[in-house]
Ligand binder design. Structure first.
Ligand code: ZN
Length: 266
C-alpha cells in the first residue's frame, strides 16, 4: 500500500494511493492515522487530475527526527575522498528541513555548492529502542524516497553538519510511503537521481556497506525512535551540483519518484 499525507480543501489527512498511471491516481482517505490499525474510508479523491488543486501531497510523515547515515556506499565515499567507516555513523536533519514531493528546494544564501544525494528512506512505524536484528522488520512502516540535499562547501569547512545538511528544505521526502516492501527486497532496489531529466546517480540499495538492519540496530542502541521518524540510509555514487532552476528527481524501484525544483531565496 502507498500511504500519502495530503491536504484537501485546507484539511490534512492520510490516504492510500490507488492506480497505476500517474495521471489517474486516486486517494482513498484513511480514517485516523496509519500507525497501528486503521481503516480506509472508501471516500476517494483524485490526485493528479485535480485541476482545481484541491488535493496536494504533503511530506508523507512529519518526523520528530530524521537520522541520516553517512558514507554508506563505498563508491560514494571514494568519490569525495573519504574512507568507508567501519561502523555506521549518523547525523541529524531537523524536522524543519522536511518538504514533500513538488515543494521547492530553496537554495541557501550561505552556500555556493549544493549537491543532491538520492537515498532510500526508512519510515518507522512504532516507538522503539534497543531493537534486536530479528525485530527490525517489525518497527518499519515502509519506505519512501529522500534527497539528502547538502551544502557541500559548508560541509567541508564546518566540523558539524547542522547547517550544511540541516537548512530549510534540505530534506525532500515522498511522494508516499510504500508499505508493501519487505526488508529483504528493500535491500535490493534500484535507486536513481536525475537533474533536468539527465541521469546523475544510478545504483542499488544492495550496495550499502551497512544494511538497513545494521543502521536501525545502531541508532536504537542510542535513542528511541518514534512513529513517523525517518532513517536515511546513505547515497550511491554520482552526487553533484544543483543550481537554481534545476528539477531534481529521485526514483526508487517499487516506490515512486520524488521531484523538486530548486528556487532562489525570495
Ligand atoms: Zn546522505
Amino acid at each position: 500500500m502507498r500511504i500519502a499525507r495530503f491536504s484537501i480543501d485546507g484539511n490534512v489527512a492520510f490516504g492510500a494511493v490507488e492506480g497505476d498511471s500517474p495521471d489517474d491516481l486516486v486517494i482513498d482517505i484513511i480514517k485516523g492515522i496509519p500507525f497501528g490499525d486503521f481503516e480506509l474510508s472508501g471516500t476517494k479523491v483524485p490526485l493528479a487530475a485535480d485541476r482545481d488543486n484541491r488535493v496536494r501531497l504533503l511530506p508523507p510523515v512529519l518526523p520528530n527526527k530524521v537520522v541520516a547515515f553517512g558514507r554508506n556506499y563505498a563508491e560514494h565515499a571514494a568519490e569525495l575522498g573519504n574512507e568507508v567507516p567501519d561502523a555506521p555513523f549518523a547525523f541529524f536533519k531537523p524536522s524543519t528541513s522536511v518538504i514533500g514531493d513538488g515543494d521547492p528546494i530553496v537554495y541557501p544564501s550561505f552556500s555556493q555548492e549544493v549537491h543532491h544525494e538520492a537515498e532510500l528512506a526508512v519510515v518507522i512505524g512504532r516507538m522503539c529502542r534497543e531493537v534486536p536484528r530479528e525485530r527490525v522488520a517489525d518497527v518499519i512502516l515502509g519506505y519512501t524516497c529522500a534527497n539528502d540535499v547538502t551544502a557541500r562547501d559548508v560541509q567541508k569547512r564546518e566540523k558539524q553538519w547542522a547547517r550544511a545538511k540541516g537548512f530549510d528544505s534540505s530534506c525532500p521526502l515522498g511522494p508516499w510511503v510504500e508499505t508493501g516492501i519487505d526488508l529483504k527486497r528493500a535491500q535490493d532496489l534500484g535507486i536513481q537521481c536525475t537533474v533536468n531529466g539527465e541521469q546523475r546517480q544510478l545504483g542499488s540499495t544492495a550496495q550499502m556497506t551497512h544494511s538497513i538492519e545494521d543502521l536501525i540496530v545502531n541508532i536504537t542502541e542510542a535513542m528511541t525512535l518514534l512513529p513517523g521518524d525517518v532513517v536515511l540510509t546513505g547515497t550511491p555514487a554520482g552526487v553533484g551540483p544543483l543550481n537554481v532552476g534545476d528539477e531534481v528527481a529521485v526514483t526508487i524501484e517499487g516506490i515512486g519518484t520524488l521531484t523538486n525544483k530548486v528556487i532562489k531565496r525570495g
